[in-house]
Design a binder for this molecule. Structure first.
Ligand code: SER
Length: 578
């Protein structure tokens, strides 16, 4: 079954269940400053999920085009994309859990013929804000889901929300790809790729006013989402979304034209040029620019150009990818056909603009990169050669170096590039969001760094870090794979500090004083004047800009989910708090 047939089948199925089909909305949200792009099918429905009556009724469905840049660093694996389409069905104060889960299961197993033995599900485990979702558990049992394939997971897995607005617990459906489990704890939600999330049923019962503050909604809604690309890959027996008809023609062009083919670069190029084409060709046309959506677009195109250079590709291949993208999507999203000329012109202009500085910038990078890349150098690459920070980071990572992003951001601020800083925060969903979840993971990162020093090697230094509300990522210097025992001991040492309820104390001092006090400082020598030192009891002490929580007891259980190599001599750990 191809994507078009899947979409038809889905919309017909929900029409039969009394839903009206909505047209896909624009990728560019109207009147909303908090997000730059439509990231889910529910987004255009926000006012109706909050209680306003929708002109088309209480049961709705759609296939919505979406852009998500938060997962950009995972693009290149078999399931993560920056542009994707989401199938969704909604109940605005009409049906609730029973119908929602029953129809999802019926559609997947009866209409699509997916073997129910390949499916497993998750439900919300409960916390101080909302109880365990027993109702969904019982519905799944009645639908025939074996108890051992129903997993109750915490908020980070089974709660859906944006910064504010309608939100609630969810129940997700996973497809087992048949890959070997990565560990004995491997289960839905694990990032190893064995379980692919294909459908999310969100039970929107709350309005999130701010971090941690939830008010019950007058009406209970259902918001569901199913990924078109992932489901198409499963239905056609493909190992990755890049092998489906939604990507295969793009990948073929890259394969044919490459002098030095590399799968990961090819995937990044196909994904980013597709997203760029969809943004340029949106009904609210956006050209590349220095701010907001235009700047994200510029970054996607420039990253694709940089990877194209590695493969020995010229502009005409990128143009062919844009044209193939138009062919694939023009039936469902007609604005891209109408904007064909605009898309190709803007793409070419951006290519020419960046090509002028790319080679010089790469040479400049070679000169400065004897050591880790400081903020000033990263800023110079940005200002003089138009290198978005992720290009500099990628170039650095390829050499096993890190980039001082904090001081890069400080340089940006200094130069009054405020709009770009804003775009940066919205683009990455990184620590800049300062939410409770990222703050906790930030504190956990300090504990992890110290635990690694104590268990694995005292010479371990931070080489990079990125934190989203879902997980922390910590890069460090070490020249071999960590053993299972080292990982277990590190995890246990962090959990021991959590259970000791260590207070986190912040002190301001000069960098010299900080060093004398034994605080660890990354990017040595680059700090000026006053710095903050955060200590967790007697366990860890680091120079850091914060923010942190006030006591380790707030963290929950720490768990390492992945350890891998990212460059010569650099390892990466991903970890979560449960
Ligand atoms: N809003 C939910 C999601 O994006 C369901 O569509 O997963």
């Amino acid at each position: 079954m191809d994507a078009e047939q899947l979409i038809q089948k889905y919309l017909e199925f929900f029409e039969k269940k009394g839903h009206k089909t909505l047209k896909s909305d624009s990728l560019i949200p109207e009147n909303n400053a908090s997000v730059l792009f439509t990231t889910a099918g529910m987004f255009p429905l926000t006012p109706y999920l909050m209680g306003n009556p929708h002109p088309m009724g209480k049961k709705l469905a759609s296939v919505q085009k979406c852009i998500r840049t938060g997962d950009i660093e995972d693009v290149g694996d078999s399931t993560h994309l920056t542009f994707f389409e989401m199938l969704g069905n909604w109940s605005l104060g009409d049906y609730f859990k029973k119908e929602s889960l029953t129809w999802s299961f019926e559609f997947l197993t009866k209409e699509l013929g997916i073997n129910p033995d390949k499916l497993s599900v998750t439900v919300f485990k409960g916390d101080e804000n909302a109880p365990k979702d027993e109702e969904s558990t019982n519905i799944w049992i009645k639908l025939g889901m074996p108890k051992e394939r129903i997993y109750a997971l915490p908020k980070k897995d089974n709660w859906w929300e944006l910064e504010t607005g309608p939100c609630g617990p969810d129940s997700e459906i996973f497809f087992d790809t048949g890959k070997k489990s990565c560990s004995k704890d491997c289960k839905p939600g694990c990032s190893c790729g064995k379980y692919v999330e294909i459908w999310n049923n969100v039970f929107m019962q709350y309005n999130k006013l701010r971090e941690g503050v939830y008010k019950p909604l007058a009406k209970k809604n259902v918001d569901t989402g199913m990924g078109v690309e992932r489901t198409t890959a499963i239905l056609s027996g493909k190992k990755s979304v890049y092998e489906t008809e939604l990507f295969e023609p793009l990948m073929q062009e890259i394969k044919n034209d490459s002098k030095n083919y590399q799968e990961k670069s090819a995937r990044i190029i196909a994904d980013h040029i597709k997203s760029a084409t969809m943004i340029l060709g949106d009904e609210r046309r956006v050209p590349p620019s220095k701010t907001d959506q235009g700047y994200i677009l510029r970054r996607l195109v420039r990253r694709a150009i940089r990877h194209s250079r590695n493969l020995g590709l010229q502009y005409f291949t990128l143009e062919k990818i844009a044209k193939k993208t138009i062919d694939i999507y023009k039936k469902r999203h007609s604005s891209i056909e109408k904007s064909r000329e605009f898309i190709l012109n803007e793409l070419k202009k951006e290519y020419e603009k960046f090509s002028k500085t790319l080679e010089k910038g790469l040479k400049a990078f070679e000169k400065i990169s004897g050591n880790d890349v400081g903020g000033k150098d990263a800023f110079l690459l940005f200002q003089s050669y138009g290198f978005p920070i992720e290009i500099t980071k990628e170039l650095a990572a390829e050499k096993g170096l890190s980039v001082d992003e904090k001081s890069f951001n400080a340089e940006m601020k200094l130069h009054q590039e405020l709009s770009k800083i804003g775009a940066e925060a919205k683009f990455k969903g990184g620590l800049s969001d300062n939410s409770e979840k990222t703050t906790k993971l930030h504190t956990a990162t300090h504990l992890l760094a110290e635990a690694l020093r104590r268990i694995v090697s005292k010479d371990i230094k931070q080489k990079g870090s990125n934190i989203t509300p879902e997980r922390l990522r910590f890069d460090f210097n070490f020249n071999r794979k960590l053993t299972d025992e080292e990982l277990k001991k590190t995890e246990a040492l962090v959990n021991e500090q959590i259970s000791k309820s260590l207070p986190i104390i912040k002190k301001e001092m000069s960098f010299e004083e900080a060093k004398k006090s034994g605080a660890h400082a990354e990017f040595e020598g680059k700090y000026k004047e006053k710095v903050f030192v955060y200590s967790a009891g007697d366990f860890s002490k680091e120079v850091c800009g914060g923010p942190h929580i006030s006591n380790t007891k707030e963290l929950g259980r720490f768990k390492i989910v992945k350890e891998e190599s990212i460059a010569a001599g650099i390892r990466r750990i991903k970890a979560i708090l449960e």
